[in-house]
Design a protein around this ligand. Structure first.
Ligand code: G3P
Ligand code: MG
Length: 235
């Protein structure tokens, strides 16, 4: 089992290899592993007290039906085709698939995911999983605070859309391992400032080869990409 890569530039397979397979499905995560990804990113929501892997608040884009994900019955949700016959996976199914092959960058999307995910991962750690198998983030910083309260030993990231003036104090306040920036907000100065303050910098979502090369050039620590093979060095 080898989670490290020879290339220090990290590729986080965004929703799996979602440029090739339906996002956030077992098929997409299998493809990411096949392409050599050592990190996979995915999004968590709670349906009927179970953690499921799904990005959107509603079902229309992925399943072609009307409805808010969290309001569905799990039995009905699991019958939906979200592309190529794939089903919405449980968190547990994704972790079983990637165990020993890739780390999990878990993004908390829905209400209540902070506390629930913390308890879920604490249980895995008590069964022998290494805490650094996981890196947990959320745009909802209150969910991250809830997560930290209940799982203080598991690494977390500060996930941002913009670049607030108080970015460094925020990252320090949650003792972030990394800060995740949108591609549009990346500047060499911001990257250098964050790295000097002790944080890794990962940038989302970087698909164009010229952008991937630019991020390498600036010296960011890694990128999220729907096309892991465009990032992963085969040399
Ligand atoms: O966590 C990085 C990235 O996934 C955040 O945006 O909307 O793709 O979940 P989104
Ligand atoms: Mg995400």
């Amino acid at each position: 089992m080898r989670l490290e890569s020879d290339d220090p530039f990290i590729c986080l397979a965004h929703r799996g290899a979602s440029g090739y397979e339906p996002e956030n499905t077992l098929r997409s995560f299998s493809k990411a592993l096949e392409l050599g990804a050592r990190w996979v990113e995915f999004d968590l929501r709670i349906v009927e007290d179970e953690l499921v892997v799904f990005h959107d608040r509603t079902l229309s884009r992925r399943a072609g039906v009307i409805g808010v994900v969290e309001k569905q019955k799990l039995s009905a949700l699991r019958t939906l085709d979200v592309g190529k016959g794939e089903r919405i996976p449980f968190f547990s199914e994704v972790l079983s698939l990637i165990k020993g092959h890739a780390r999990a960058q878990v993004e908390l999307k829905g209400p209540g995911t902070g506390e629930k995910t913390a308890h879920y991962l604490n249980n895995l750690i008590s069964m022998g999983w290494a805490p650094d198998t996981f890196l947990v983030s959320s745009f909802d910083h209150e969910e991250i605070l809830e997560f930290i309260k209940h799982a203080p030993t598991i690494p977390v990231a500060l996930l941002l859309y913009g670049y607030p003036l108080h970015t460094i104090p925020m990252a320090q306040a949650i003792q972030a391992y990394s800060v995740h920036l949108h591609l549009d907000t990346v500047t060499p100065k911001r990257v250098a400032t964050l790295q000097e303050a002790g944080f890794k910098v990962f940038v989302y979502t970087v698909n164009e080869p010229s952008d991937i090369a630019a991020m390498r050039g600036i010296g960011v620590d890694g990128v999220f990409s729907d096309f892991p093979d465009r990032v992963i060095s085969r040399s």
